[in-house]
Design a protein. Structure first.
Length: 308
């Protein structure tokens, strides 16, 4: 939806910005301790990072007959993401499946819509990078655990009925803000309407957080991180305090998949924040307000963001 058609706050993250603008909400990233996955070259790691700059893409990773498989969700949550997920799910029996997240976040309202759909399907969540191991016939796909789930990605993680975060994962939070003024949050000017938009979407996120079984500590931790500071990475204690983690066993979300944490030093994300316009619900009027978006950090070049 383009600017001017309506507004809804979206969570934003920035590769250069370090944080989220104004009163924001938490976004955490969950990374799955993946089955040993070897990246033979920086080119392969770079390709994975580039994919995180794009709108979220869903794909089914099959590993039958050894395991059921899982849904790989990589990229930024946009206004089209809920619709794209419905199209992806239409021809599949996804009830109770696991979603492996690798995302810097995105639209607040669209993430809420998608998260509620995840919960309705009884999906399980974790974070990681899905990779196809090379080894000839019989080689099984794997999940590399050193991935990033930041900003609104955390709320997708929270949507899982069971949630696992591997030790190598990076779950990071910060505030939300008006994305069109993310480049210099302190110098920008804001209207009463802008403040209303932010507060409205914080309320939506708060309700969603509690509906999903999350703790208020998640919002508190995020709201303490202004956009001009580095994102806050949740440690093991905070992951449990916020109720983002419900199990310490990867087998609870990915049975029969061996997991480990391959070194991926080049995967060091930061996200770019921006605002887009998108109502939380399809029936919402066109007068819905803006929402902040969180974009994934992707390696050496900052993510490019177009205003919506």
């Amino acid at each position: 939806m383009g600017l001017g058609e309506g507004t809804s706050l979206t969570l934003l993250k920035s590769l250069n910005l370090r944080g989220w603008l104004l009163v924001g909400t938490a976004v955490c990233g969950v990374v799955l301790a993946g089955a040993v996955a070897t990246f033979g070259s920086s080119a392969r790691a770079g390709a994975a990072l580039e994919e995180r700059k794009l709108p979220m893409k869903f794909s089914w990773v099959a590993c039958e007959p050894n395991c059921r498989g899982w849904v790989s969700a990589v990229g930024i949550i946009t206004a089209d993401t809920p619709k794209n997920f419905e199209e992806f799910a239409r021809s599949r029996q996804l009830g109770g499946a696991t979603v492996v997240l690798d995302s810097s976040g995105g639209s607040v309202n669209d993430a809420i819509t998608l998260g509620r759909r995840f919960r309705n399907l009884g999906l399980l969540t974790t974070v990681g990078m899905s990779v196809q191991n090379r080894g000839g016939q019989g080689a099984r796909p794997a999940v590399a655990s050193e991935a990033y789930c930041e900003s609104m990605c955390v709320f997708l993680l929270l949507a899982g009925k069971k949630r696992y975060v591997p030790e190598a994962a990076h779950v990071r939070v910060h505030q939300i803000w008006m994305g069109d003024r993310a480049d210099d949050a302190k110098a920008a000017s804001y209207s009463a309407q802008d403040l209303m938009i932010v507060e409205r979407d914080i309320g939506r996120l708060a309700k969603y957080t509690f509906d999903m079984g999350g703790a208020g500590d998640l919002l508190s931790l995020a709201l303490n991180v202004p956009p001009w500071e580095d994102l806050h990475e949740l440690d093991a204690a905070e992951l449990k305090l916020t109720n983002l983690v419900t199990t310490d066993l990867v087998a609870d979300v990915l049975p029969d998949v061996n997991v480990s944490a391959p070194a991926m030093a080049e995967l060091a994300p930061k996200a770019q924040d921006r605002v887009s316009e998108q109502p939380e619900h399809p029936q919402a009027s066109s007068s819905a307000t803006k929402t902040a978006e969180a974009l994934v950090p992707t390696g050496t070049a900052p993510a490019t963001t177009s205003q919506k």
